[in-house]
Design a protein around this ligand. Structure first.
Ligand SMILES: [Zn+2]
Length: 290
């Protein structure tokens, strides 16, 4: 049975044949063979697919309102993204500070180890000197020259050991002095970094508060704007916006402003006529043209 197209939105049916679509473009009544509905030119057709939608009276306000809505949605999205990034940014900064603290502590530990080593070398020298003093005492009591020379040789060997240890002490003292200066600079830099991170944490918290307020305010604006958009246009807009950076894009020179693909002439033409909203067959964005 043949029925006339309903004035309200209907379910999606089939794909129109090319000649059927052309008939519709010529505003001739046609029948959707899939559902048996007779359509007149006042039907919403997208990419030759019957959407079972009657064409809704085009109003520039619809596009204007949708563009305002999109502007609000984009602002909310940008601010919400920035807001969501703040904890990660704070964590990143704190992790960097923690790493620098760890490095400075490790360097301080190395310095402590060097100082302990220097102390040990000093004790070694004292021990060697003490040994020499004792040998000198014993030397006074020796009877033969042979014993005296043997002990002299032993003392000489200990003195050589002392010079070796003293060389190590000098090298280590150079290392300690250099490390002390470097550590001092790094501790100063760390202290400045700690202050900077503290300031940054406070600034991030302030920014988060500002963004939360701005998002809430923009959402209120968005809610008001949405009230002025026909739900039949709002629903597809929201579906596309959920997946894309923009849902409604301008057609310029027959090119989709979203994916920059050349549109089929009839789509570009429909968008230019501004009699109905059409959708890009490549990216799914809704099209309009001034
Ligand atoms: Zn596109």
């Amino acid at each position: 049975m043949v029925r006339l197209a309903q004035p309200a939105r209907q379910t999606l049916t089939g794909v129109f044949a090319a000649d059927t679509f052309l008939s519709m473009r010529r505003a001739e009544p046609v029948v959707d063979t899939a559902c048996g509905v007779v359509y007149f030119a006042r039907v919403f057709v997208e990419s030759s697919r019957c959407h079972g939608w009657n064409e809704r009276p085009f109003s520039v306000n619809v596009i204007e309102n949708l563009l305002k809505l999109q502007d609000a949605d984009r602002k909310v999205r940008v601010m919400a993204t920035e807001l969501a990034d703040i904890p990660a940014r704070k964590a990143q900064e704190q992790e960097r500070l923690a790493l620098h603290k760890k490095q400075v502590h490790e360097q301080a530990d190395v310095q402590k180890h060097h100082l302990a080593e220097l102390k040990k070398l000093e004790l070694d020298v004292e021990s060697f000197k003490d040994k020499i003093r004792k040998l000198r005492q014993q030397q006074l009591e020796l009877k033969s020259n042979k014993e005296f020379r043997a002990m002299e040789s032993e003392i000489s060997s200990i003195e050589t050991d002392i010079r070796g240890v003293e060389d190590k002490q000098l090298t280590l003292m150079d290392t300690i002095e250099h490390a002390r200066n470097e550590l001092k600079e790094r501790e100063k830099a760390l202290s400045e970094e700690e202050s900077a991170v503290k300031r940054d944490m406070s600034a991030w918290d302030t920014r988060a508060g500002e963004l939360q307020q701005a998002v809430a305010a923009e959402k209120t604006v968005r809610t008001e704007l949405a009230k002025h958009v026909d739900p039949a246009w709002l629903a597809p807009y929201e579906r596309v916006f959920d997946r894309k950076d923009t849902a409604l894009v301008e057609v310029r020179d027959g090119i989709c402003g979203g994916c920059h693909m050349q549109l089929p002439p009839f789509l570009a033409h429909e968008a230019r006529k501004q009699k109905s909203v059409v959708t890009c067959g490549y990216c799914g964005r809704m099209l309009y043209s001034e």
